[in-house]
Design a protein around this ligand. Structure first.
Ligand SMILES: [Zn+2]
Length: 131
């Protein structure tokens, strides 16, 4: 009998839940951009990379922003899937960049993280992302 971990806190469950949510959101965005709720409310905790001071309700009426949102959803889903892959490989929690352990606090906040803060910042710069 396995007593090593409380399953309620398992990263795999959180990641799977995030992935389902992202897929759902992406589908909604694709069909109809008529999301009139505040964006933070809709995507809170799932999407990263949206500047906090963005006027999201207004921004959503903007086609460009809808595209951006779909793009962000895609990116986040890719990230979640990547983290799940790492989990299956037994490499979850290990930074893809430097090979060191990703701090527990970061994984709690961002279960889909596959890089430590430094390596992620470096990678974002290289890829022209500001998130
Ligand atoms: Zn690193």
């Amino acid at each position: 009998m396995a007593t090593r971990k409380n399953t309620g806190d398992a990263p795999e469950e959180r990641l799977e839940a995030d992935r389902r949510r992202l897929e759902l959101l992406a589908a909604q965005c694709g069909e109809e951009a008529g999301l009139h709720r505040p964006l933070n409310e809709i995507v809170g905790g799932v999407i990263t990379g949206i500047p906090e001071d963005t006027d999201l309700a207004q921004a959503l009426s903007d086609r460009e922003t809808s595209d951006l949102l779909v793009h962000l959803l895609d990116q986040n889903r890719e990230q979640v899937e990547r983290a799940l892959e790492r989990l299956r490989e037994g490499a979850y929690g290990i930074c893809e960049g430097c090979g060191r352990r990703i701090p527990e606090a970061r994984l709690k906040f961002q279960p889909a993280a596959t890089r430590c803060v430094e390596c992620q910042a470096h990678w974002d710069r290289l890829n022209g992302r500001t998130a």
